[in-house]
Design a protein around this ligand. Structure first.
Ligand code: SF4
Length: 264
């Protein structure tokens, strides 16, 4: 299963140059990637074992429309078994396709912090860590050492109230867990995180309440949808829309000239 389509609200596409993972914290208990792997087992011959898919490495180069791409929705890019040379190749592909925004999310914040200065970052590479409960806020401190243009938190599945230090953080995503074993989220936990983002002027995205399936509870929080994106996203869109428009103009000018040449 290598389709890039996704129902994840904060991204446009997924890119999985690796699949499979191992669990590291309570947020992994009902891992969505593992559930998908089990459900579509014929598409995952190596099961949920960490697997490199070199044949997918160049995939984003074929996608010409500027998109937000979630890197490794089916794995963790900073997994212990990932070869550092391959990680550098993945970063090179991201740098070579500046019309896309790449959203990398990890629970292995310590490994990320250790490798960050050995990697070459470009402004289209956004980096995030998962923070499911207060016990894992140390991942945020590791994230702050990373020279990414946008640093973000994914508080999903949110398992308890959070008191966050949001300095140097650009974006917070919150979501409840889904599936028949889901652990319920409390509306006040979400409201408290929202209040902290307002105080620190950080973009806030409420993905879902969760429930037996991901869309079961909808995504309204106190009668509104919260789908803020970091400022960098609007800047990126403006830059690449202008480029697309000017290349279209160039194209039509050339076409006009071609037409004139044909007429004369
Ligand atoms: S780190 Fe992510 S992909 Fe890996 S087991 Fe945990 S939830 Fe699943």
């Amino acid at each position: 299963m290598s389709s890039s389509k996704t129902g994840i609200e904060w991204t446009d596409k997924t890119w999985n140059p690796t699949t499979g993972c191992t669990k590291v914290s309570p947020g992994c208990r009902n891992c969505y990637a593992e559930a998908i792997t089990m459900r579509f087992s014929a598409s995952f011959p190596t099961g949920f074992n960490f697997t490199i898919h070199r044949e997918r490495l160049e995939q984003p180069k074929k996608w010409r429309t500027p998109s937000r791409i979630f890197v490794n929705s089916m794995s963790d890019l900073f997994h212990e078994d990932l070869d550092f040379g391959y990680l550098r190749e993945i970063f090179a592909v991201m740098r070579d396709t500046p019309w896309h925004i790449y959203q990398i999310l990890t629970k292995r914040a310590q490994k990320l912090a250790t490798l960050a200065d050995k990697l070459e970052w470009s402004e289209n590479i956004w980096m995030g860590v998962s923070v499911e409960s207060q016990q894992y806020t140390h991942r945020i401190e590791a994230l702050k050492t990373v020279p990414a243009k946008v640093r973000f938190l994914s508080c999903e599945p949110l398992l308890g109230p959070l008191n966050l230090d949001l300095s140097l953080i650009d974006w917070v995503i919150v979501g409840g867990e889904s599936g028949y074993q889901h652990r319920p989220i409390e509306p006040d936990w979400v409201r408290e995180i929202l209040a902290q983002t307002r105080e620190s002027k950080v973009a806030f995205f409420f993905k879902q309440w969760g429930g037996n399936y991901s869309k079961a509870g909808g995504r309204m929080l106190d009668e509104r949808i919260w789908d803020e994106m970091p400022v960098a996203w609007n800047e990126h869109k403006a830059k690449w829309t202008i480029r697309a428009v000017s290349s279209l103009k160039k194209l039509s000018k050339n076409q006009e000239q071609d037409n004139l040449l044909t007429l004369t």
